[in-house]
Design a protein around this ligand. Structure first.
Ligand code: HXC
Length: 258
């Protein structure tokens, strides 16, 4: 399918999606979110792809949902059309690891999109924020929940109540991002993470993602139970035998994703 607001390319086993609506700082309008969802699903289905990188431009990962598109919407319309559910949560359905590579602004829905990805790697230029309060609204795609779980109550409360942005250094210190790199190296570093994942056993990668995600969804007891079920299940794979044999034989494993 032809896309107008995103660019896609692959580097080895890594599928890259670049949000590409520069005139609006990648404001996440319906069309862009639909295109992003289509591209995510296509990479998820593609057996040649092991991990996905979502990135934006140097100036903006995304400056939020499209305010101009939203501004005249009515309550019955946003409610009945399931404004958030219809397009915004596709990234949560993706079973392969999704890496957000953030440079510049990640605001409002842009910050929420990054937080819905499995991990965030930030350029030193990144700025994160939930400025919705300035528009008379609040975060609507999980920001009040995911930001709070990532950075804790006090900092999340300050950001959501005042709209204050956080720079990359603070984001790393606050555990919102896994790592900060120079802006010029952002995409290459994100792809490196994806490539590293691509060299591993796909069943263990999918289950590792499921296990870590379980920590966000439920109780500790449920999460530990999920982890144990997945861990034990991996002993049914040939890749577990290969991975452990390779270690014992002091050689590199040759995983076959089975
Ligand atoms: C629509 C946007 C936009 C947005 C920027 N633009 N952000 N258009 N929706 N979220 C447009 C501007 O209108 C402008 O268009 C162009 O992009 C460049 O932006 P400038 O403001 O001129 O750039 P700059 O002065 O560098 O300021 C950058 C900025 C500012 C600080 C990021 O653009 C800004 O505050 N944007 C809004 C951020 C925000 O409030 N996000 C939350 C949205 S609500 P023109 O045509 O004038 O050149 C949200 C809720 C999500 O995300 C809930 C889930 C659905």
């Amino acid at each position: 399918m032809a896309h107008e607001m995103i660019l896609t390319e692959t580097q080895g086993k890594v599928g890259i999606i670049r949000l590409n609506r520069p005139q609006a700082l990648n404001a996440l309008c319906d069309q862009l979110m639909t295109e992003l969802g289509d591209a995510l699903r296509a990479y998820d289905k593609d057996p040649a792809i092991a991990a996905i990188v979502v990135t934006g431009s140097e100036k903006a990962f995304a400056a939020g949902a499209d305010i101009k598109e939203m501004k005249d919407r009515t309550y019955p319309a946003v409610y009945l059309n399931d404004f958030i559910g219809e397009r915004w949560e596709t990234v949560l359905e993706i079973r392969k690891p999704v890496i957000a590579a953030v440079a510049g602004f990640a605001l409002g829905g842009g910050c929420e999109l990054a937080m819905m990805c499995d991990l965030i790697i930030a350029a030193d230029t990144a700025k994160f924020g939930q400025p919705e309060i300035n528009l008379g609204i609040i975060p609507g795609a999980g920001g009040s929940q995911r930001l709070t779980r990532a950075v804790g109550k006090s900092k999340a409360m300050e950001m959501v109540l005042t709209g204050r942005m956080m720079d990359a250094t603070e984001a790393e210190r606050s555990n919102l991002v896994c790592r900060v790199v120079p802006a010029a190296e952002l995409l290459a570093e994100a792809v490196k993470i994806g490539a590293k994942i691509g060299a591993l056993s796909a069943p263990s990668v999918a289950m590792a993602k499921e296990a870590v995600n379980a920590a966000f969804e439920g109780t500790l007891t449920e999460g530990v139970r999920t982890e144990r079920r997945l861990f034990l299940g991996l002993f049914a794979t040939e890749d577990q035998k290969e991975g452990m044999s390779a270690f014992a034989e002091k050689r590199k494993p040759a995983f076959r994703n089975c």
